[in-house]
Ligand binder design. Structure first.
Ligand SMILES: Cc1cc2nc3c(=O)[nH]c(=O)nc-3n(C[C@H](O)[C@H](O)[C@H](O)COP(=O)(O)OP(=O)(O)OC[C@H]3O[C@@H](n4cnc5c(N)ncnc54)[C@H](O)[C@@H]3O)c2cc1C
Length: 563
C-alpha cells in the first residue's frame, strides 16, 4: 500500500496527548510535472499528425504548464473575478474591466507563445497541430482566459475578407505580445480581437439582429459606418476591436469596430454590466450598448454571416481543443488521486470497479484528443480537397460531440476524488463549471447538428469524404465495421434528418473516433472504445467497459507521474 503522508503539526502546545491524528492516505498535489512528457496520447498525436518538429518547444511549454506557480495563476485568476467600472472618479466614461494580475500573466504567456498566431504566421505542416497541442496544455491551466486568445486567433480568416483592413490590423493582431493597457490601439503594437453577434432577441438566429449600421460616406466593403444597437453577450470586452454584425439596407453585414476612434477618443461602445456567470469566471463577458460607434465593413454587404463564419469555424475548433483539454486535466487529477489513495485494503486505482471508471474516462479523453488532432491536420492541409471536405463536416460534428461529452466526464472525475473533489481549493469544481460553456457558445448542440445538415446539403461530397476517412479502418474490428455499415445505411435517407440529427451526429463522431483509434491509437484503448461505444451493452454511465478489456494498461498509460 502506498501512503505518502504528512504529519500534522502540534497546534496546541507540545504535549503528546494534544496530537489528534496523523494525516495519511492523502495524495500529494498534482504539480511540478510536465504536461507534455506525461501525456502519452498527446505526444503520439503530435508525431502522428505532422508536428514532430515542435516536440522540444511543446516539452518546454509542458514544464511551464505543470509548475506549481503556474497552476496557482489559474487558481488566482478564478478566485478574483474581473470587476467593472463605467466611469472614473471625475465622471468620465471609461468602460474599464480590471482583471487580477494572474489573468494578465496567463494572457501574456499565451500570446507570447503564439497561441493566437502561429498557423497564420508560419503555416505549413503541423502548424495547427502544434498550436492545438500547446493550447491543449495551456487550457488545462486555466480555460476561461483562452476565450480572447481564441477570438484573436480566429479573427484573422474573417479579417482577410477585407484586405485593406487586414493590412492595417493583422500585423498588430499577429505579433506575439500582450498589451493590456486601456489606451487607443494606435498607441499599441499588440492588440486583441473579440466578437459581438448575439443580441437579446436571438443568439443562434442572428438574422434577428436589430443593430443598425449607417454609412458615414460611400457605402460598401471597407467603408466607415456608425452602429446603433446593443449586444447581449460580448466576452473579453477589453479587446481592442470586435467583429460585429449589424443590419444595412442590404441585410446583415460584418464590421470591425475598434474600442477607440482613430482620433484617440473613445468609440461610443458602452458596457452596461458584466454577466454573472456560473463558470468561465476569469473571463469577463458583458452586455453592451452601441451608440453611434465607428466601424468599417468587412467583406460583402449583406453577407455578414458568410464573413464572420470564417471566425466562428475557428472558434468551434478551439472549443473542441478546450473541451478535450478539460477532459485530460480531469483524467490527470482522477488517476493521480486514485493512484495515491487506498480504500478497503488496496489502491483505488487497483479496485476493479474504479479501474473500470478510470479507464472509461481515459478512453473518452483519448478519443476526443485523437479526433481534435485529426481535424487540426485537416486544417493544415486545406489545399487538399479531401482534407477541406473532412474539416467542413468534422468540425460541427466534433464541436457538438466532444463539448457535450465533457460535463458528465468532469463530474465523474470529480466523484473519483470523493468529497475532496467538491472542494473549491482543488481544480475539480472549476473543471465542472467550465464544462458546459464550450457546448453552448459558438453555436449550441442543436445548432451544430443543423450545421452538419447544412454542410451535407450544400456539399454532399463532405459525406463521401467522411466515409472515405472512417472507412480506412474497415476490417480492423468487427464491431467497428458493423457500426459503420449501419451508419452508412441510415444515411441513405436523410428526409427527417432534423429530428434524428443528434442520433446521426453522435454516431458519426463515434465512427471517426473509432476509426482513428483503431488505425493509430493504443490497442487496449481502441479495443475498449469499440467494446463500450460501438456495441450496445446497455450501460449509459462511465464505468461500463465490458469484461475482457484491459483497464490496467489503459490506466497506466493515462496516469501522469509526478517526479
Ligand atoms: C459565457 C458565454 C460567453 C459568450 N460570449 C459571447 C461573445 O463574446 N459574443 C457573442 O456574440 N456571443 C457570446 N455568447 C453567446 C452565445 O454564443 C449564445 O448564447 C449562443 O449562441 C446561443 O444563443 P442564445 O443564448 O440566444 O440561445 P438561443 O439561440 O435562444 O438557443 C436556445 C437553444 O435552442 C437551440 N436552438 C436554436 N435554434 C434551434 C433550431 N432551429 N432547432 C433546434 N434547436 C435550436 C439552441 O441549440 C439552444 O440550445 C456567449 C455565451 C456564453 C454562455
Amino acid at each position: 500500500m502506498n501512503s505518502p503522508t504528512r504529519k500534522t503539526e502540534f497546534t496546541t502546545g507540545d504535549h503528546p496527548l494534544s496530537v489528534t491524528h496523523e494525516v495519511m492516505n492523502q495524495p500529494r498535489p498534482l504539480e511540478n510535472y510536465n504536461l507534455y512528457e506525461q501525456d502519452t496520447a498527446l505526444r503520439e498525436a503530435v508525431l502522428r499528425e505532422g508536428a514532430g518538429h515542435a516536440c522540444e518547444d511543446l516539452s518546454r511549454f509542458g514544464t511551464w504548464a505543470g509548475k506549481a506557480e503556474t497552476i496557482e495563476l489559474g487558481q488566482q485568476a478564478n478566485a478574483n473575478k474581473p470587476t467593472f467600472r463605467t466611469h472614473d472618479r471625475y465622471g468620465h466614461r471609461i468602460d474599464e474591466v480590471t482583471f487580477h494580475p494572474s489573468y494578465h500573466e496567463l494572457m501574456r504567456v499565451a500570446l507570447e507563445n503564439g497561441l493566437h498566431s502561429t498557423p497564420w504566421t508560419a503555416p505549413g505542416q503541423g502548424a495547427h497541430v502544434a498550436r492545438a497541442a500547446k493550447y491543449y496544455m495551456h487550457s488545462q491551466v486555466e480555460a476561461a482566459h483562452c476565450c480572447p486568445v481564441t477570438m484573436t486567433f480566429a479573427a484573422i480568416p474573417s479579417l482577410r475578407n477585407q484586405p485593406d483592413l487586414a493590412k492595417v490590423w493583422s500585423p498588430k493582431v499577429l505579433t506575439n505580445a500582450y498589451d493590456s493597457r486601456n489606451v487607443p490601439d494606435s498607441e499599441k503594437t499588440a492588440v486583441t480581437i473579440g466578437m459581438a453577434m448575439t443580441e437579446k432577441q436571438g443568439g443562434s438566429d442572428v438574422r434577428a439582429n436589430t443593430t443598425r449600421a449607417h454609412a458615414l460616406g460611400p457605402e460598401g466593403p471597407g467603408q466607415a459606418y456608425e452602429l446603433v444597437g446593443h449586444k447581449w453577450f460580448v466576452s473579453a470586452p477589453m479587446c481592442d476591436a470586435f467583429l460585429v454584425l449589424a443590419q444595412t439596407q442590404r441585410g446583415l453585414s460584418c464590421f470591425l469596430m475598434p474600442r477607440w476612434r482613430p482620433d484617440g477618443s473613445k468609440n461610443p461602445w458602452q458596457v452596461q454590466q458584466l454577466k454573472n456567470k456560473m463558470g468561465n469566471v476569469a473571463n469577463a463577458s458583458s452586455e453592451v450598448e452601441v451608440r453611434g460607434a465607428l466601424a468599417w465593413m468587412v467583406g460583402e454587404e449583406g453577407r455578414g454571416v458568410r464573413t464572420i463564419i470564417d471566425m466562428v469555424a475557428m472558434t468551434r475548433f478551439d472549443c473542441m481543443i478546450g473541451s478535450a483539454a478539460g477532459m485530460r486535466q480531469a483524467v490527470a487529477q482522477a488517476t493521480h488521486h486514485c493512484h495515491h489513495r487506498s480504500a478497503f485494503g488496496a489502491r483505488l486505482s487497483e479496485q476493479p470497479l474504479m479501474q473500470n471508471v478510470l479507464a472509461d474516462l481515459i478512453i473518452e479523453n483519448e478519443a476526443a484528443l485523437a479526433y481534435t488532432m485529426r481535424v487540426a491536420r485537416a486544417m493544415d492541409n486545406q489545399n487538399n480537397e479531401h482534407e477541406r471536405l473532412l474539416a467542413r463536416l468534422a468540425t460541427p460534428v466534433g464541436k457538438y460531440w466532444i463539448c457535450k461529452r465533457t460535463p458528465n466526464h468532469a463530474y465523474e472525475a470529480m466523484e473519483c476524488i470523493g468529497g475532496s473533489g467538491v472542494m473549491e481549493d482543488c481544480i475539480m469544481p472549476r473543471l465542472l463549471r467550465e464544462s458546459p460553456v464550450n457546448a453552448i457558445w459558438e453555436g449550441s448542440g442543436n445548432v451544430q447538428c443543423l450545421d452538419t445538415l447544412r454542410a451535407l446539403q450544400k456539399e454532399p461530397e463532405t459525406l463521401d469524404a467522411f466515409f472515405k476517412e472512417t472507412g480506412e479502418a474497415k476490417g480492423a474490428d468487427r464491431r467497428f465495421d458493423q457500426h459503420l455499415a449501419q451508419l452508412q445505411h441510415d444515411f441513405a435517407d436523410i428526409s427527417d434528418f432534423q429530428y434524428r440529427a443528434r442520433n446521426l451526429v453522435d454516431r458519426m463522431a463515434l465512427a471517426l473516433q473509432g476509426s482513428l483509434l483503431l488505425r493509430y491509437g493504443d490497442k487496449d484503448v481502441a479495443d475498449a472504445f469499440c467494446a463500450s461505444r460501438l456495441q450496445n451493452n446497455g450501460g449509459m454511465n462511465y464505468g461500463n467497459l465490458p469484461s475482457g478489456t484491459n483497464p490496467t494498461a489503459i490506466i497506466k498509460r493515462g496516469t501522469p507521474v509526478v517526479g
